[in-house]
Design a protein around this ligand. Structure first.
Ligand code: HEC
Length: 123
């Protein structure tokens, strides 16, 4: 019995760890993954998996987290917190691009988007 429970838990985690190349995401989530990988991953960690130098965005965007809502999240991305090491992206990313990053990070925080490169949505 305990073995069976273990297997049920292990299989999804194994898939997430290697990255599910066939993971289907929305167009904004895909664009958000691209932008996040270029602009955010070096401080916040590849696949939003955390990094000691910056805030853990999986915690921030989670239900009940400090920045669970899109408007609050995008406001921080646009204005930054320059005194604390978070750059302002207002001149680099549009609000739409910042919103796409939110969609991707939120999908990761809610467990809908697995780690790894997502499949490009059709169209
Ligand atoms: C140069 C490193 C660096 C880069 C690049 C960077 N950040 Fe940050 N970010 C930080 C640091 C450091 C903090 C913590 C600031 C603090 O202590 O309030 C932070 C905080 C944040 C927060 C607030 C989290 C919270 O719970 O208060 C958000 C949201 C955020 N970053 C999003 C992003 C996004 C999205 C990108 C890419 C567009 C990005 N960051 C790029 C360093 C960075």
């Amino acid at each position: 019995m305990p073995l069976r429970v273990g297997l049920v838990v292990l299989i999804p985690f194994g898939a997430a760890a290697v990255g599910d190349a066939s993971a289907q995401v929305s167009a904004p989530e895909y664009e958000g993954w691209r932008q996040y990988s270029v602009h955010c991953a070096r401080c916040h960690g590849q696949d939003v998996l955390g990094n000691p130098v910056a805030a853990n965005l999986l915690e921030s965007a989670r239900e009940g987290g400090a920045l669970a809502g899109q408007d609050a999240f995008v406001a921080v991305v646009q204005a930054g917190r320059p005194d604390r090491g978070m750059p302002a992206f207002a001149g680099v990313l549009s609000k739409e691009q910042s919103g796409a990053i939110y969609a991707y990070v939120k999908g990761r925080a809610d467990g809908r988007v697995p780690a790894g490169r997502p499949a490009r949505p059709p169209g």
